[in-house]
Ligand binder design. Structure first.
Ligand code: NAP
Length: 477
């Protein structure tokens, strides 16, 4: 019975409309991911893509452009026969999203496909456009009743990309715009980081390992460290990043989501709305005792990363020379209430760090010493670069009456032959199959914005010069 249901969900006739089809996101992420899904036979039999943007192109020209971008960025291995089959799913449509006729044109196209197919297809509106255009696009969709459904509300879905605002106020405004046209269950907010197999595994690990889960609470675990270090600098994202910073870019989204996934109760049914409610509760329980004392920020100066001399942040192309945007943040937070009351959570993230590393370390409380021997364990979820799980434990050192820490490792690439799927492939498949576990709700985002807004408000009021660290080090001065 379950297999039948899955089969049905996997094969829903669907049209995906990509607003912003000539842009960077579409051609570096979305089209390669959809192509790879098609190559693996994972798209529904009836799956059409309407590539929608401003440039006046034919479908053939769009497909050629898209193929050239995929080759340029080496984001997928194109096999000519498969590509040809895939492009039969694509129709390019041009129009200015600021004008009403773009939406009437789109509505006509959608109706034509539906009547040719003889079915009312599921519709997915993917907004791969600047957030400045969202309001106008929601209005256009609303006025032309493109948000109408076939049978169930979820037949029509909308996908929006991070950033979801830049603070609580702008998030609420954005949310009011999208909610004026779509119900919460139709809205998929993409945080592509959550599509990584290793992030997904947190849910499954919790379901499948009673040895760790019995007493998964503050009574056993003392501190959780979440670390996200990148060796990259700001790259070509300065225009966006310089007004955003590491706190909003990494902590508000990815890192608080990781904390929520680790701490939230996972229901037996894995029901998305219950998971989301539990994550929201956790996010509302994380707080900082004293922001001045417990939050540190810094910006990279010139230094050496992976053997190469690199620029200071303030000298990067597109960054203001007097910028005080933080590229590194360290936060000591705590949890109040519930079974995690008193838990310490340390969040640390930075660009131009000595090594690339994303991991979650759960430090178990030390046991009472036995003859001076102190027991301690640490469970580590390694998200990148070498995905897996490690358990640090104490063993007797040979020829010695001491304990020594050793590590038991599970590595994805040793245990499984499958290549880990790209995050966008996983995420797009979940949107197509209406699985919402990976998508943060409005209430979760509201809680995370409240957390980071408190810090931003404090920073606004302090006039201290931003601390610096030489790129490639963690030496903050
Ligand atoms: N790029 C990434 O890797 C990435 C990653 C995460 C999130 N995002 C988010 O994804 C969104 C898109 O980013 P992007 O980098 O792909 O942007 P982009 O390269 O600037 O592309 C923008 C797209 O919007 C279209 N467009 C702009 N104004 C239009 C109008 N008035 N009418 C019709 N089409 C219009 C452009 O069409 P024409 O070219 O035909 O004018 C183009 O297809 C942004 O919200 C961004 O923050 C991007």
């Amino acid at each position: 019975m379950k297999a039948e249901i899955f089969q049905d969900v996997a094969n829903l006739p669907t049209i995906m409309v990509i607003f912003g089809a000539t842009g960077d996101l579409t051609n570096r992420k979305l089209i390669p991911a959809l192509y790879n899904l098609d190559r693996q036979g994972l798209l529904p039999d009836t799956f059409q893509i309407i590539a929608f943007a401003r440039k006046n192109l034919t479908t053939k020209e769009f497909c050629e452009y898209s193929k050239s971008q995929i080759s340029k960025y080496k984001v997928a291995q194109i096999e000519d026969v498969t590509w040809k089959r895939f492009t039969r799913r694509i129709n390019y449509l041009h129009g200015d999203f600021k004008e009403d006729q773009a939406y009437t044109h789109l509505a006509k196209e959608l109706n034509k496909i539906d009547s040719d197919l003889g079915v009312c297809t599921h519709k997915i509106f993917y907004l791969a456009i600047s957030p400045d255009l969202y309001e106008r696009v929601f209005q256009g969709i609303g006025h032309t009743r493109l948000n109408q459904i076939c049978q169930n509300l979820k037949d029509t879905r909308v996908v929006i990309e991070k950033p979801f605002g830049r603070n609580l106020d702008s998030f609420l405004k954005l949310n009011a715009q999208v909610s004026s046209v779509f119900a919460e269950e139709q809205i998929y907010r993409i945080d592509h980081f959550l599509g990584k197999e290793t992030v997904q595994n947190i849910l499954y690990f919790k379901a499948g390992n009673p040895v760790f889960m019995s007493d998964w609470s503050e009574s056993r675990i003392d501190t959780i460290d979440i670390v996200m270090h990148e060796t990259l600098g700001v790259e070509d994202r300065a225009a966006y990043y310089d007004s955003y910073g590491q706190l909003r870019d990494m902590i508000q989204s990815h890192m608080l989501q990781l904390a929520a996934l680790i701490l939230a109760e996972i229901p037996e049914s894995m029901d998305a709305s219950t998971i989301s409610k539990n994550k929201e509760e956790v996010l509302n329980s994380i707080y900082i005792e004293n922001i001045k004392r417990d939050v540190h920020r810094a910006q990279y100066s010139e230094g050496v990363v992976e053997g190469k001399l690199v620029n200071a942040y303030a000298e990067e192309k597109g960054v203001k020379t007097n910028s005080i945007t933080e590229t590194y943040v360290r936060i000591k937070a705590k949890v109040k209430g519930g079974k995690w009351h008193g838990l310490k959570i340390n969040l640390e993230t930075g660009k131009r760090m000595p090594e690339k590393k994303t991991e979650i370390r759960l430090h178990y409380k030390s046991a009472e010493p036995t003859k001076g021997l102190v027991g301690k364990n640490c469970l580590i979820f390694r998200l990148q670069p070498s995905e897996g799980i490690s358990l640090e434990m104490q063993v007797k050192k040979p020829n010695n009456a001491k304990l020594e820490t050793v590590t038991m490792n599970f590595d994805y690439d040793r245990s499984f032959r499958e290549i880990l799927p790209d995050a966008y492939e996983k995420i797009l498949l979940d949107v197509i199959r209406m699985s919402k576990n990976l998508f943060p709700s409005a209430a979760e985002l509201e809680a995370s914005w409240k957390f980071t807004d408190m810090i931003v408000d404090e920073w606004r009021n302090d006039n201290i010069e931003i601390a610096k660290y030489p790129a490639g080090t963690l030496v903050i001065n």
